[in-house]
Design a protein. Structure first.
Length: 232
C-alpha cells in the first residue's frame, strides 16, 4: 500500500509516523509512506499556500494551485489510481467499516487541511472521501489524517503481529469490547471474574459476548440499535 500525505508541515507528519504502528508495515515492505511538502508546489518565492477568502470573512483558505500540483504529483507516482481523502467536519464520521474498506486500497492520498479549510474546487475536482473524526475541531489536518490513517493501517494484513487482536476490537461487530484483566488475579480485594480463570473456552466466550452486549446497551444505545437491526 502506498500512502501520501500532502501537508504544509511535513515535520509534524514525520514525528507522528515515527511513533506509529505503521513502522512495522514499513519494515515489512507492506506500506510505503511519502510525505509531500505542499510549499514545494507554491507559485511564489515566499512559498505561499493560502490566501484570503472571496466574499470576505476571517481566516485564510488553502489555495487551489499548490494543491492541484501536489495531488497530480502523487497521482503520477502511483501505479494504481489513488483514493483521495480529505479530513473534514462535513464528511461522514469515521467508523470501522470505512477503515476496513480503505485498508483494501492500493494507494491513498491524505490532504492535510489548515486555517479555514481548502478551496472547494480542490474537493470538487479530486477528493473521493471527506471523513470526519467527530463533532469537534482540532488545530490541524495532520492529526485528523493520522487518526484515520492509524485506523486503516492496523487492518492491513501483516502490519500487526496479531491481526486477530484487531478483529476483536470494539466496533468490529458493532459492539463495544468486553473488559480485560491480567495478573495478579486479586489486588486490593478486586478479583478477576472466576469464569476467566476457569479454562472453559466456551464459557469464557459466552461471558465476553454478554459483557459486550451489556456495555454497548448501557453506554452506546445508538450502536446497540444498529446491532439489533443488523442481526434481526
Amino acid at each position: 500500500m502506498n500512502i501520501y500525505f500532502i501537508t504544509p508541515f511535513p515535520e509534524l507528519v514525520e514525528t507522528l509516523i515515527r511513533n506509529n504502528i505503521s513502522n512495522q508495515g514499513i519494515k515489512k515492505n507492506l506500506v510505503n509512506i511519502e510525505i509531500i511538502n505542499l510549499r514545494d508546489f507554491s507559485n511564489n518565492k515566499h512559498k505561499q499556500i493560502d490566501d484570503e477568502p472571496y466574499g470576505g470573512g476571517s481566516g485564510m483558505v488553502m489555495m487551489c494551485e499548490p494543491l492541484f500540483k501536489a495531488i497530480e504529483h502523487c497521482i503520477d507516482k502511483s501505479s494504481h489510481k489513488p483514493k483521495i481523502i480529505f479530513p473534514s467536519p462535513k464528511g461522514k464520521i469515521l467508523n470501522h467499516s470505512i477503515s476496513e474498506s480503505l485498508s483494501k486500497e492500493n494507494s491513498l492520498i491524505f490532504i492535510c487541511g489548515h486555517y479555514k479549510g481548502i478551496d472547494q474546487r480542490v474537493i470538487d475536482k479530486y477528493v473521493d472521501s471527506e471523513i470526519s473524526i467527530g463533532d469537534y475541531i482540532i488545530s490541524n489536518g495532520e492529526l485528523s489524517s493520522m487518526i484515520i490513517f492509524d485506523s486503516i493501517i492496523r487492518l492491513v494484513p501483516g502490519v500487526l503481529n496479531d491481526l486477530n487482536s484487531a478483529m476483536t476490537d470494539s466496533f468490529v461487530d458493532d459492539l463495544l469490547d468486553a473488559p480485560y484483566f491480567t495478573r495478579p488475579n486479586e489486588i486490593d480485594g478486586l478479583k478477576v471474574p472466576d469464569v476467566l480463570l476457569s479454562g472453559n473456552h466456551q464459557l469464557i466466550e459466552d461471558w465476553k459476548n454478554s459483557k459486550k452486549i451489556e456495555v454497548t446497551k448501557d453506554r452506546r444505545p445508538d450502536l446497540w440499535k444498529k446491532y439489533k437491526e443488523k442481526n434481526k
